[in-house]
Design a binder for this molecule. Structure first.
Ligand code: CTP
Ligand code: CA
Length: 224
């Protein structure tokens, strides 16, 4: 019955995924960013589409092909990602935030190339909006799943983010010693209010399929 009706654990569910890094300009030729490759987020988008969801993937700058059946929206900065997500949040049932959003941006990006002069160059940064927390705070908003990359105290920080941002679930990965970022394999520990589950080290697409199956069980359980 392919083609006529979506089949799978997320059949007909409208999913939005954020992925990749964001890029925050310092001046017209330089930017601040981080080590996210976007691979985990693209794998989650692919797995959700395989599970029958209608998937919108809001992506920062990455070098990856769009998974089959996924609608992609490209952005560069955290503010652009925030705008793209908030504009589409009302039509979303399930929001999965895998993006490594830059926490700060330049207070005032230089309009022209910064020239080499003094030995020190202090930069003033201001906090970016928390996209995931903003979606979680929407009245009648989607089921929300966050990611947390931590180098220590994984359980404490992940549970702290679940509570502080008012999320339904959070998937945490250990990025100490360069693990998790820009690599093919990953492992996750997933937390929700009533429990947790460890998904073992494996290729990101397989891991994403297991995560999507777990999310589908919890998301389904919360629907009328
Ligand atoms: N996130 C977001 N918008 C931000 C920052 C983070 O949507 N401005 C989302 C990420 O996509 C992720 C989750 O929030 O799903 C946790 O991100 P993380 O960087 O681990 O947490 P922070 O709240 O930014 O805290 P910190 O970086 O200090 O650990
Ligand atoms: Ca952060």
């Amino acid at each position: 019955v392919e083609g006529l009706f979506a089949v799978g654990a997320l059949a007909g569910v409208r999913v939005m995924v954020t992925a990749g890094p964001t890029r925050e300009p310092l001046d017209p030729v330089r930017y601040l960013t981080n080590r996210s490759s976007g691979r985990m987020g693209f794998a989650v988008a692919a797995a959700a589409a395989e599970a029958g969801a209608q998937v919108c993937l809001v992506s920062g700058p990455v070098h990856l092909d769009t998974p089959p059946g996924v609608t992609r929206v490209d952005v560069e900065t955290a503010l652009q990602m925030y705008e793209a997500v908030m504009a589409r949040a009302a039509g979303t049932d399930l929001f999965i935030a895998t993006a490594a959003v830059a926490d700060y941006r330049m207070a005032q990006p230089a309009p022209r190339k910064i020239k080499k002069q003094a030995d020190e160059l202090p930069l003033t940064l201001v906090k970016n909006p928390d996209i995931l927390a903003a979606v979680a705070a929407l009245p009648d908003g989607p089921f929300t799943v966050g990611f947390a990359a931590e180098t220590d105290d994984l359980d404490t920080y992940a549970r702290g983010k679940l509570e502080a941002k008012g999320l339904d679930m959070i998937a945490a990965n250990d990025v100490s010693g360069g693990r998790g970022f820009d690599v093919a394999d990953n492992a996750l520990k997933v937390f929700w209010r009533g429990g947790s589950l460890s998904l073992p080290q494996q290729p990101k697409l397989q891991l994403a399929r297991e995560l999507v199956a777990l999310i589908a069980r919890h998301h389904g359980g919360c629907r009328a």
